[in-house]
Design a protein around this ligand. Structure first.
Ligand SMILES: [Zn+2]
Length: 333
């Protein structure tokens, strides 16, 4: 949750990244899981908040020369149309990143389409032994779009949102700079088409501190019965993972099929979404896997829709119609 109100003059930096991936089967002299992608482009648009709308204040664009994944992955090539020669022409990541941070300035709110770009930025900073604290709040525009459109609770692409708002398509998608521009226009449309106070309230409740861990997980020990498995994670679900203080229960856990959902609140750190899944291991024992995360708008929608389903159909949920031809061993969550 944002620690202050949005006021005139506040800066939003809408950004997007492109990254290259390791080639399948190729040996690298390091642990590839520590660098799932290497950034090859940073694009961003600066927007100033003024009187309920966003005014564009500049564009940032940088091509980066990868040092680990120098050969373009066919999938990345297909999407970005970049070649190996293009990659070689980029500037060093360190230099591009410091220019980007300078472009952001002090106290800006970072925004982007989904969490994946901030995660990838941090992965790269960590891998290259740079300071990975961004010192900014981050606003995910993807769930914002789903809140302010008829697409509630669904994950849509930038292209979909651009078409939904009738934003003119002047540049092709999937360059970091053009996607940042489109995402900025989507955010601008959200402001212009809705009541300012409502947009600001969703922003305040959805923006997260980039440097704060968002999600906490635990896996309980295997037991003979699902109820025992559930018991073993009760402790995890009763305290705030940030400060350790007791949770106040906002919505009591309720189970629907294999998952139970709940909403908790810590007076200091805000509201948390909780989900526990009971799974079965190879030995046939049951174990619980729990997640607690800072609740965002899509989490509230998820809990509300599951609760509605639970109230109507109970623990088994809405009957699933499996077509006769489909063979399905797993029930949906
Ligand atoms: Zn707390």
């Amino acid at each position: 949750m944002l620690n202050r109100m949005i006021k005139d003059g506040d800066i939003f930096i809408v950004f997007d990244l492109e990254w290259n991936q390791p080639l399948p089967g190729k040996e690298y002299g390091f642990d590839v899981s520590k660098l799932s992608g290497e950034i090859i482009e940073i694009g961003a648009v600066k927007m100033e908040y003024l009187g309920g709308t966003l005014i564009p204040r500049g564009v940032f664009s940088s091509d980066i020369k990868p040092v680990c994944y120098k050969t373009i992955h066919y999938h990345v090539k297909k999407v970005t149309h970049k070649t190996n020669a293009d990659l070689a022409k980029g500037e060093p990541f360190e230099q591009a990143y410091s220019k980007f941070m300078e472009f952001c300035g002090q106290d800006a709110i970072l925004a982007g389409w989904s969490n994946s770009d901030t995660d990838m930025l941090k992965t790269n900073l960590k891998f290259f032994d740079m300071d990975d604290r961004l010192g900014m709040y981050f606003l995910d525009v993807q769930p914002m779009f789903s809140v302010f459109s008829t697409e509630k609770g669904r994950q849509r692409s930038v292209e979909f949102a651009v078409e939904y708002f009738g934003i003119p398509v002047e540049e092709s998608f999937h360059s970091a700079t053009s996607d940042a521009k489109y995402t900025a226009k989507i955010l601008q449309n959200i402001f212009d088409r809705n009541k300012t106070s409502e947009v600001l309230s969703v922003i305040s409740s959805s923006a997260v501190d980039c440097d704060l861990k968002r999600e906490y997980t635990t896996v309980g020990a295997p037991c003979d019965h699902p109820s025992q498995a559930q018991m073993l994670v009760t402790g995890f679900n009763s305290r705030c993972p940030v400060c350790g203080g007791d949770f106040e229960v906002k919505m009591k856990p309720f189970r629907i099929r294999k998952s139970s959902y709940a909403l908790y609140s810590c007076p200091k750190d805000g509201e948390f979404f909780g989900r526990t899944r009971i799974k079965k291991n190879k030995e046939g024992k049951f174990y619980a896997s729990s997640v607690l995360r800072f609740a965002t708008q899509p989490d509230y929608f998820l809990v509300a829709s599951k609760r509605e389903e639970y109230d109507k159909y109970g623990i088994e949920g809405k009957p699933v119609v499996i077509p006769e031809t489909a063979v399905s061993e797993e029930l949906p969550d």
